[in-house]
Design a protein around this ligand. Structure first.
Ligand SMILES: [Fe+2]
Length: 271
């Protein structure tokens, strides 16, 4: 399934594999000003290729190396279109065999295993046809994650790092503290609209980043208090976030509320 939506000069392509008539874990790539931001999962390759034929892509930018963001890079490489990513992402995109063995069954089923492709490191900015996009390193979701800011239009492309104001779920390999540092860094810039790889587009975006940061800071304080009172991790989760939803079960615990609590706790002394 691929659904196109247009937001002025920005086109969104929401992509996801249909399984028994349902689309799980869809993600969005964006086309703007000659740039394609991410290429989607390999599991939608056939449909994606027919759609990519109709857009004039000059450069590809991968927000990070995850399999749902780089799965169709090869299509562009074969056409001689350059692919860019953060310097930490480049070796992981160019040689996915470094991390593919760690993919879980749900990831392989829904997004597939991406072929290797040749990417080059981004500088501080990247030029589109008419605009310059500032590259902001925003680790947390993954160490190699970047966001792209176009200041004239107030566009901020945040890959998988924003998602919403009250995010309760986290992958097992995410670092919430680094994500909070990245959110704080974004507040140094001016922007109006967030284009998120979840497929959601947020206006009044700077306020929303502030709200997300405040909510996580408040949650962290509550977690610290409950740890001091002797509660264990699952009780803290149940009291502050509620019990797990279907995501935890479908992903074998790889995307869960417990992971968010654990990531918060990782900064506390273990004694
Ligand atoms: Fe991701």
């Amino acid at each position: 399934m691929i659904i196109q939506s247009n937001y002025g000069e920005v086109s969104q392509f929401l992509m996801g594999k249909e399984i028994n008539g349902n689309v799980l874990y869809s993600m969005a790539v964006y086309y703007v000003d000659g740039l394609l931001i991410d290429t989607g999962p390999k599991t939608v390759m056939k449909e994606a290729r027919s759609i990519f034929q109709d857009i004039q892509v000059e450069k590809v930018v991968n927000t990070h190396h995850h399999e749902d963001h780089i799965g169709n890079n090869l299509y562009f490489q074969e056409k001689g279109i350059p692919i860019f990513a953060h310097e930490l992402a480049v070796p992981l995109i160019n040689d996915p065999s470094q991390w593919i063995p760690r993919l879980l069954d749900y990831q392989k089923l829904v997004w597939g295993t991406p072929p290797s492709s040749i990417s080059s490191p981004l500088g501080d900015s990247i030029e589109g046809n008419n605009y310059r996009f500032k590259v902001i390193h925003t680790p947390g979701h993954s160490p190699d994650h970047i966001s792209l800011l176009e200041e004239k239009n107030g566009w901020l492309f945040t890959g998988d790092m924003f998602l919403g104001e009250k995010v309760k779920l986290m992958r097992s390999d995410e670092d919430v503290h680094l994500s909070m540092v990245s959110l704080t860094k974004l507040l140094d810039y001016e922007f109006d609209t967030i284009f998120c790889c979840s497929g959601r587009v947020f206006d009044n975006a700077k306020q929303r980043v502030n709200d997300k940061l405040s909510w996580w800071q408040g949650l962290y304080q509550q977690i610290v208090q409950m740890v001091e009172q002797g509660y264990d991790t699952t009780v803290i989760r149940d009291k502050l976030l509620g019990e797990e939803n279907a995501f935890a079960q479908l992903t074998g615990g790889d995307i869960s509320k417990l992971n968010l609590i654990r990531s918060f706790l990782s900064s506390l002394p273990t004694e």
